[in-house]
Write a protein that binds this ligand. Structure first.
Ligand code: ATP
Length: 233
């Protein structure tokens, strides 16, 4: 579904991505793992047109993405949920969700129901301003907001960052539900490799901007050498 071929990207003199290739299949959770500075965020930003590629290509359902601006992604069916859980703190939960539908021009009650069904806590807090939400609830809100654009693939940057293990497992369980029940595909960038591999079908490990492993998630989790060298668990 999403193919990355020989992708290169720079930050000034830093080669943040060097010849990165992998495929994120339809109907699967693909986890991109690696330590701080491995190039994970740069990879997602380059795929979604927020950072320029200096070489290589990205295709989504056969269409070339490289060189397209970030605004072109939503109509193609891609939604990027960046690191940092940016919500509009003065707006209510429901108003924030509605913002996610703007790229489609309208929001139906059914769209809101999908988000509320997946995240019942958001339904309970629909009239509350987003600034009062906990970190976990904000993460649910940014994922819910991305779903309002009815994407076919979600690109998620470090959703677990700073959250309690119980909340991380709740969010990752939901990602699995999105794939099985809503026919979504997920490209998940994570430093929390143990939790990500528990939910992922496939794993790609980046180290200093290069792919050092690309295989089934269960194989990565079972590979002691690789886990110790690159995944920190
Ligand atoms: P983290 O988990 O810390 O976000 P990451 O795996 O997402 O790490 P990137 O943020 O993509 O890694 O960074 C890849 C490399 O590019 C690192 O060496 C980083 O220092 C460098 N880099 C990232 N952003 C910039 C920037 N804006 N200017 C200069 N160098 C940058």
């Amino acid at each position: 579904m999403l193919t990355v071929e020989g992708l290169c990207a720079r930050h000034g003199a830093v080669n943040a991505l060097a010849d990165v290739s992998f495929t994120a299949a339809a109907g699967a959770v693909t986890a991109v793992l690696g330590a701080n500075g491995a190039g994970k965020t740069t990879l997602l930003r380059t795929v979604s047109g927020l950072h320029p590629a200096s070489g290589g290509a990205v295709h989504f359902d056969g269409q070339a993405l490289t060189g397209r601006p970030a605004e072109a992604m939503a109509p193609l069916g891609l939604a990027h949920v960046p690191e940092g859980r940016g919500v509009v703190t003065e707006l209510t939960v429901e108003e924030n969700l509605r913002l996610g539908g703007l790229v489609r021009g309208r929001v139906t009650p059914g769209d809101l129901d999908v988000a509320y069904d997946l995240f019942p806590v958001l339904a309970d807090r629909r009239a509350q301003v987003a600034g009062t939400l906990s970190g976990g609830e904000r993460q649910m809100l940014v994922i819910g907001r991305a779903l309002m654009a009815r994407p076919r693939m979600l690109l998620l940057d470090e959703p677990s960052l700073g959250l309690a293990p119980r909340v991380v497992s709740q969010i990752f369980t939901l990602l699995r539900r999105l794939v099985t029940e809503r026919d979504l595909s997920v490209l998940l960038v994570e430093q929390n490799a143990a939790s990500a591999l528990a939910v992922a079908d496939h794993g790609v490990v980046l180290h200093l901007g290069r792919v050092v492993a690309d295989t089934e998630a269960s194989r990565l989790a079972d590979d002691d050498q690789l886990r110790h060298a690159y995944l920190g668990f």
